[in-house]
Design a protein around this ligand. Structure first.
Ligand code: FAD
Length: 388
């Protein structure tokens, strides 16, 4: 029976749809079922943090609905459908509370990442938004319009927090951004580069609070009051939480599949369970958790071949990430997680070229801001591949 069963893909983000697009290059007809907890609209997630700059609401960002995607990909797309369990021995998944079960020949977990919710007290927690998919984005824009929002407090000064800070400034809002660490993008950039981003955003009117944690969000006479653990208060009309994401591992973990920071796979994207694969933000591929678009595209290309009979390991070249803060452009290529080395920094105002150099003098990563971003191509060529 297993031979007649479909390839089942859980998730219709860039990973899930990207995979089936690649798969159909090699195999036009094998049955494919795609299952998603959301409405299955195809959209580019990175565009969620440029919506005010480009004046695009959720409908404008949606490229196609689930029906249209199903037609294009010759796949059956099940929307608003949550997978609740996987039986890796019988090769069956369970849907919702009902006893609906689906048999799979191959199963691909493309579940994405969950937003981390910081522990916040107070009587206005329902004014704390996070934007990690198109439906969240729609809710956030609706709340902005409904509450006549002028000022937004952003929790988190990392990639997503800084991108939204810049985007909201471009949209004409006031912003105050809070981060417990010392400068913008603290986990990706050395201090000189992070301070350059801060200066670029401040020049456009952004305000930052580095050092404290947000403890409470409460209603006030004319909006909201955000309390910080250093005693400061910020008044605003809405709060956006952007403290990071965490690979979705629970479904796999509950099924007895090996998980670590993400769902663990080898370079064939095979999990510890036979015929179960993982890719995209939920996956930890040979030890790498990289929650960006370029890695998932590389995975989609490799896995499409593997699923159609040509086992293909995924390779990662160096993949610099461009951060969408036009107030101070940033391109960063983080060094491998446990790489040993030091930053060598050249700086001219907000223009920074920072090289992360290993103990043998080899370039392992870089962080570029402002005019420094022009060095991207030249430096990228010198970087080693992440997974050759
Ligand atoms: P998702 O798009 O999250 O898809 C997960 C899917 O799984 C969804 O369809 C969901 O419904 C489904 N699902 C989960 N659990 C279940 C279940 N139990 N049952 C059924 N369905 C389920 N990356 C870059 O490279 N460059 C950028 O500039 C950039 N900007 C970004 C800006 C923002 C604001 C954000 C949030 C991210 C950004 N990223 C960027 C990261 C990038 O967008 C992600 O790496 C990528 O979109 C992840 O795609 P995915 O398909 O793995 O996950």
């Amino acid at each position: 029976a297993s031979n007649q069963a479909a390839i089942v893909i859980i998730g219709t983000g860039l990973a899930g749809y990207g995979l089936v697009r690649e798969l159909r290059k090699y195999d036009k007809d094998s049955p494919v079922i795609m299952i998603t907890a959301d409405d299955g609209r195809a959209y580019s997630k990175p565009m969620l943090s440029t919506g005010f700059t480009k004046n695009t609401d959720a409908d404008a960002l949606a490229q196609k609905d689930a029906g249209g995607m199903g037609e294009d990909l010759n796949a059956s797309v099940w929307t608003l459908t949550k997978v609740t369990a996987i039986d890796t021995t019988a090769q069956i998944i369970t849907i919702g509370d009902q006893e609906t079960q689906v048999h799979y020949k191959k199963l691909v977990l493309a579940l994405g990442a969950d937003v981390i919710r910081p522990p916040i007290q107070g009587d206005a927690q329902n004014y704390v938004y996070s934007v990690n998919d198109l439906l969240d984005y729609d809710d956030f824009r609706t709340a902005i319009a409904k509450n006549n929002v002028k000022k937004v407090c952003i929790i988190g000064g990392g990639l997503i927090g800084c991108e939204f800070t810049n985007d909201l400034i471009n949209g004409g809002f006031e912003t105050e951004t809070v981060d417990p660490l010392g400068y913008c993008l603290p986990t990706l950039l050395p201090e000189a580069a992070g301070k350059a981003v801060q200066a670029g955003l401040e020049a456009k009117g952004a305000k930052f609070h580095f050092g404290p944690l947000v403890t409470e969000v409460n209603k006030s006479a004319d909006g909201l009051e955000v309390s910080l653990n250093n005693g400061e208060k910020i008044s605003c009309d809405l709060v956006l939480s952007a403290v990071g994401v965490r690979p979705q591992i629970k479904l796999a973990q509950d099924a007895g599949i090996t998980v670590n920071r993400g769902i663990a796979t080898n370079r064939l994207l095979e999990t510890s369970a036979a015929n179960v694969y993982a890719m995209g933000d939920c996956a930890e591929v040979a030890g790498h958790v990289l929650v960006y678009v370029a890695p998932l595209m590389a995975q989609a290309r490799a896995l499409a071949k593997t699923l159609t009979g040509e086992p293909t390991e995924v390779s990662y070249p160096a993949m610099p990430v461009t951060i969408k803060t036009p107030a101070c452009p940033v391109t960063v290529s983080p060094a491998p997680r446990d790489a040993k080395g030091t930053w060598e920094i050249e700086q001219d105002g907000v223009n920074v070229v920072a090289r992360f150099v290993g103990t043998d003098g080899e370039l392992l990563g870089f962080a570029l801001t402002g005019e420094g971003t022009k060095q991207k191509m030249a430096l990228q060529k010198l970087l080693p591949a992440i997974m050759p």
